[in-house]
Each structure stands twice: as C-alpha cells, then as structure tokens.
Design a protein around this ligand. Sequence first.
Ligand code: CA
Length: 226
Amino acid sequence: MRVLVVEDEEKVSRFIMRGLAAERFAVDAAPDGASGLEMATTYDYDVIILDLLLPGISGTEVLRRLRRTNTNVPVLVLTARDALTDKVENFEAGADDYLTKPFAFAELLVRVKALLRRGAVNRSSCLRVGDLELDRLSQTVKRAQQRIELTSKEYALLEYLMANSGRVLSRTMIVEHVWDQSFDGATNIVDVYVRHLRHKVDDLHEQKLIHTARGVGYSISDETQE
Ligand code: CA
C-alpha cells in the first residue's frame, strides 16, 4: 500500500510518515500543494493524506484539481480548522474523510485503514489467481489453503501482481508502486524479490503462477504460458 502525505509542517509530516512506515506502508511526502498535486497525478497511491493550509496552492484546490482526473483515490483531509463550512466545502471538493489537528496517530491510522477497506471493497478485498488467495483486509496469503508468510515488501509485490493478474508489469512500474520515492536503487531489486516470492509461492507446486516476460518484467497468471 502506498500513501502520499501532502503537508508543509515538517514535524507533522515526519510524525505521520514514521508511523505509517511502521505499519508497512510505502510513504511519500510532498511539502506543498504544487508538488503534492504533481505526485498525486503521476503515481498510483492507495490513500492521500492532504493538509488544507499549504503554501501556494491550497489543499482544497489540490483536491479539486486532482478530482478532475482521479475520482477513485481516497483522500483524508487534515486541518487545524474545524469550521463546518470548511468541512462542507472539502467534502464537496471530493474529500472522503476529515481529521482535525492535533490528532493522535492511532486515530489517523484507524481512518486510513477505514478508507483502504472502503477502497478494497470496491476493488474486491480478496484477490485470487488459481489456488493462490490474497486477503487485503487481513493481509494474509494462502496457496492451496496453506498459509504463506511474506515480508511486507514481498506482500506488496504480490498484491500488485495479483491486482493486475494476466498483465505484464515492468520493473519500473513495480518499483514505483511497491517502493517509496526515497528508493533510488536499481530496478534489479525487483528480480531479487520475485525470486523470494517464487520460492514461497511456486516452488512447492507443479503449476507455476509467476511468469517472466523476458526483457520486460513479470506477470502472475494461472494460464500456462509459452
Ligand atoms: Ca499546513
């Protein structure tokens, strides 16, 4: 799961990022509205946390512009203000939820998870490829009813592959979705993680689900590949 935090107060931004990273999220930060909008429209986020009082373009304006192209991504609005008119204005602009500062991290986390769950219901909370199952709510993975233990990056990689089953994903797409922006290593990290995943998901089974598209990337499918 990848989250974007648009917040100009460094202390608040760091506080949120640290907490979410500990909960296995890949987190990017944007310090102002313009960069937030650019990142939100460039990358594929599962949730966006958006402060309202930002230098340059306001949070409400970021939201309005974002919703012209992306109506799906859940947005949690943060603000120090608690005026009813602000709330109404931001819900109208496309906010999914609202949190007034100061807040406890536990409350932020509950709201983020609720938004993900809502999104996951729309996108179906259980992904299946052949006898492989991934439950997004409990974050569990099973093959042939046997539980498979994955690290957080392995899980994120598998979820991304399964959400796009049958489709070849390039190493760059995978890095952009599974790792956060601070990752500047080579895309062959993907090969390393796919090897780990294959070991856990495919090695014990005759039917291989993870496929290599030579020179392009990887896909997951229960159809026999050439
Ligand atoms: Ca602010």
